[in-house]
Design a protein around this ligand. Sequence first.
Ligand code: HEM
Length: 254
Amino acid sequence: MAQTMSKTRVPVTGTAISSRKRQWFFVDFYSTAVGKKYVMAISGIAMMGFVLFHMIGNLKIYLGATDLNHYAEFLRTLLYPLAPKGAVLWILRGGLIVMLIAHLHSAWSLTVLNRQARPVKYQSRRDYEVANFASRTMRWSGMIVLSFLIWHLLDLTFGVTNTVGTDGVFVKAEVYENVVRSFQRWPVAVFYIFANLMLGTHLYHGAWSIFQSLGWNNPRFNAWRRSFATAFATIIVVGNVSFPIAVLAGIVTT
Ligand code: HEM
């Protein structure tokens, strides 16, 4: 007997058919909590690299004005004459700005997502309190570091808040003199110290969480993760805090 078989396949009852339009992979991935955590972790790693190199570069302050100013000039003229003066620095700055925006956006949208739904309830009140404390700490320390960054750029990059030299003029290329002049104002030095302690807190929690966010959270590595987070945050804080202290103590002077 001839059977008439339909050529078009119909879904079996119960098969879920998504009405969502397929999007570009990254957009799809970023709409999930896992995707946002990846973006937060990767942008965090990039910025950790920046703060480490920035701190190491600034150690040249201990070698004196010529060395620090020469280093700043070296950064401005990276790969010159192969590339135009400043071009490589602007590419690096562009990458850093993209990383900062990605970090802020993923942090903000993860918070919104977490508030909207908490499908997995915390096992105990203590777990909830620990998680809540960590995320509150990250939010506050992050906002303080962000405000520090705005001040810092106005202070040492644009010179808007740093025109207190003997002649009252900010010369961008005189990096050493600008830093010393800035830290000789004790409220500014104290603010730098406080902001860098907050940065340390942020880095400690961040460096610890990176592995969790990327799915490398085998309990066997917990001791290693903690040591890494502690060492990284300590190195950055000790290095950065030493600059305003050295200026206040008169060890570094113009
Ligand atoms: C006490 C420690 C610090 C010192 C002495 C210091 C010093 C400086 C100086 C002198 C500049 C201007 C460089 C130039 O225009 O040639 C600068 C720029 C900058 N700093 Fe810092 N900094 C410190 C901590 C930080 C921290 C903790 C961050 C990040 C959270 C940071 C982020 C930046 C950024 C993004 C720029 C702009 C870089 C550019 O325009 O190429 N700095 N810093």
